[in-house]
Design a protein around this ligand. Structure first.
Ligand SMILES: Cc1ncc(COP(=O)(O)O)c(C=O)c1O
Length: 414
């Protein structure tokens, strides 16, 4: 009998191995850095204080005493874990409260809560699409969207990021595929901080008889007058069939949801594999999410959204004034994600390290997370950053830029 190749052979000698080792040896790896304090505007990381410009804790609610108390009360009442699926023994009054409140807030008939946002996308797409259907998806879509599509075995027709002409071409092709058609886009793209042309996408989807889903993972609790996301900001919630959100960003917790019509949501409850065959989220996560939603869905929430965008503008304007190239959204729309273009992957890593050493933590996006030559530092603000902390970070950016350019040559500027 022939011996099959070892499936583990791919873990040795892969293309990333050498780069990873070189970066680790030189202490340049921007990933897996240890955060040793609560997620806050200033964190303790590897023995030093750093300004946190690399989190998705947009509203800063992870440290809010009411959210912490929500988590603690749920822990005290329901214990550490639910040890089973929502379907069997993992649904508590906390889930019911959360789903009912979310449905009211989102203005949909129903909402289903999953254990993570990734599972929400997997569960919705992997269940509602099937062999013979076509999904037309923005090419910058998150991995969880693509994973759900792969699970469904539907035909994937990607269109170039935010390009309506390419979307329409794919919709024309999709209409000849013979099955149902779903268009998927995100409300706020997490790396470049841009918002897509959702109204035009919704109109095209309708024109071609397709359903429309928006992943609001980074826009829920951030955009729109009441904070439900980009669809609300554009006034098109009635044109979006499904909206997905996570609790791992502005909600300061962990979990995800799908909001939509009651019959669709109920179908997911009995058919979605990532809902049925996984354990329910821990009670503390649910308790924190319920408490965060109460804050978000209040006048205080609106103040936090405004403060967040004010902080983003201060950071973006400040970085530009220093001479960095900030990638701005269409129509000068400000979002909490402020990307700084570096272009070269290696320079991006060196710049990241210089900033880290100067007391500022940001995220780095290099190829393949961004197109080749499009490396960037992804900075993001919280509503709880104050002006002094943002200015402290800007001071570090300014001094790092000077020494960095003297050593490594000029960085892109506008
Ligand atoms: C656009 C988008 N969708 C879905 C997810 C998955 O959410 P979660 O991290 O809560 O599982 C993320 C988070 O990284 C995301 O950025």
């Amino acid at each position: 009998m022939p011996t099959p190749p070892d499936v583990f052979s791919k873990v040795r000698g892969h293309e990333r191995e050498e780069q990873l080792k070189a970066a680790r040896d030189a202490d340049l790896l921007p990933y897996f850095r240890l955060v040793e304090s609560p997620a806050a505007p200033i964190v303790e990381m590897e023995g030093s204080e750093r300004v946190m410009l690399g989190s998705n804790n947009y509203l800063g609610l992870t440290g809010d005493p009411r959210v912490i108390e929500g988590a603690r009360a749920a822990l005290d009442k329901y214990g550490t874990g639910l040890t089973g699926s929502r379907l069997l023994n993992g649904t508590t009054p906390l889930h019911v409260e959360l789903e009912e409140h979310l449905a009211l807030w989102m203005g949909t008939e129903d909402v289903i809560v999953f254990t993570t946002g990734h599972q929400a996308n997997m569960g919705a797409l992997g269940t509602l699409l099937g062999v013979g259907d076509t999904v037309v998806v923005d090419s910058a879509a998150h991995a969880s969207i693509l994973d759900g599509i792969m699970l469904s075995k539907a035909k994937l027709r990607p269109f170039r990021h935010n390009r309506l002409d390419k979307l329409e071409r794919q919709l024309q092709r999709a209409s000849e595929d013979g099955g149902g058609v779903l268009v998927v886009a995100e409300g706020l793209y997490s790396m470049e901080g841009d918002v897509g042309p959702l109204p035009e996408i919704a109109d095209l989807a309708k024109q071609y008889g397709a359903r429309f889903m928006v992943d609001e993972a980074h826009s829920v609790g951030v955009l729109g007058a009441t904070g439900t996301g980009a669809s609300e900001m554009f006034g098109i919630t009635d044109k979006v069939d499904l909206r997905m959100g996570t609790f791992s960003k502005s909600f300061a917790s962990c979990g995800g949801f799908i909001a939509g019509d009651a019959d669709v949501v109920d179908y997911l409850r009995v058919s979605s594999r990532s809902y049925i065959f996984t354990a329910s989220g821990v009670p503390a996560a649910l308790g924190a999410t319920n408490a965060a939603l109460k804050i978000i869905d209040s006048d205080e929430g609106k103040e936090l959204f405004a403060r967040l965008l004010q902080n983003a503008r201060r950071l973006a304007d400040g970085l530009e004034a220093i001479g960095f190239s900030v990638i701005r959204s269409e129509g000068d729309l400000v979002t909490p994600v402020v990307p700084v273009l570096v272009e070269d992957d290696w320079k991006a890593i060196l710049l990241w390290k210089a900033l880290y050493d100067a007391g500022v933590f940001v995220n780095v996006a290099i190829h393949p997370a961004v197109p080749p030559g499009g490396a960037l530092l992804r900075t993001s603000v919280m509503a709880t950053h104050d002006d002094a902390v943002i200015d402290r970070a800007l001071g570090a950016f300014a001094s790092v830029k000077k020494t960095f350019e003297a050593e490594h040559g000029p960085l892109p500027s506008d």
